[in-house]
Design a protein around this ligand. Sequence first.
Ligand SMILES: Cc1ncc(COP(=O)(O)O)c(C=O)c1O
Length: 333
Amino acid sequence: MNRMDVIEEADNSLWRYSAVLPEIPEKNKVTLGEGFTPLIPIENEWDVSLYIKDETQNPTGSFKDRGMALAVSMAKEQGVKAICLPSAGNAGIAAAAYCQEAGIECHVFLPETIPPEFVVLTKGYDAKIYLKGVSIAEAGQHMLKNKQPNWFDISTLKEPFRVEGKKTMGYEIAEQLDWILPDMVIYPTGGGTGLIGMWKAFNEIAGLGWAKGNLPRMVAVQSSACAPVAVAFEAGETDTEFWNTDNTQALGLNVPGPIGGGWMLNTLRESEGTAISVNEEDIEPATVKINTRTGINASLEAGVVWLGLKKLINSNWIQEDSTVVVPITGVER
Ligand SMILES: Cc1ncc(COP(=O)(O)O)c(C=O)c1O
């Protein structure tokens, strides 16, 4: 498959890569114009070629729109009438928006500690909201107790299409770097669909013969207040252990028992990447810094990746002249 023949260059959304996505008839594509977000070079003091992928530009303000565009389109294609999911916040907003567009009922289970802005936005898209617990783990248990038989479950990694949507971030990064893959992608990791999706994309791109250079090393960054992946990686484990000591304010990363823990660890090792945690107290000031530097109004996950980037540069894991991509995954609500 020649990339020049199949990428729909006039389409400035993730659907430009329809040729490598699950087949969905045009009439069932649910789209709000998601994807093909800017990749912005950032001047820096470390002699690395640093790029930020500004995912705040997505229709509901986060990269979750990519996964939901695909998952809800497939649900529509299959005649699903209602969907449900637990969410740390952004996925619920995205699911609600795409379901409203598709005319599908949406049931979103959130932690009761969620800031009110998330509730207002999710409700604004006509979703039904259920609040329980302090993390997505408890919200998910609450969902399992209350789930109706006709609700289709689109929880993280429970169906394949959210990953398919997220993988478009990898295709975009490759295309925007003129098909020379970056050396590293530094990713704020919670449930892991972004990490897993991008790794899938880079492998597909290599398999298709579209890219030059080696596959990127994938890096997961978490907060010290919720670091199941970083701790398991460091200990050489093959799966994560439930994190029940603390919660991070970087809400998208407050995932104590990721269902794809083992999958993420495999991805990190296969790509010769790494997983690290950064101090919870440092996240807010780091977010202010990266926002000032980039002019993006990003949420705390941006501070997490910024701190991770600095830590890896200081330890020489990232060396001079490397090309590094840092997704800024969501807007501050
Ligand atoms: C802004 C933001 N960044 C990162 C993440 C983590 O993403 P993933 O679940 O793909 O690891 C989330 C998840 O909710 C999020 O909302």
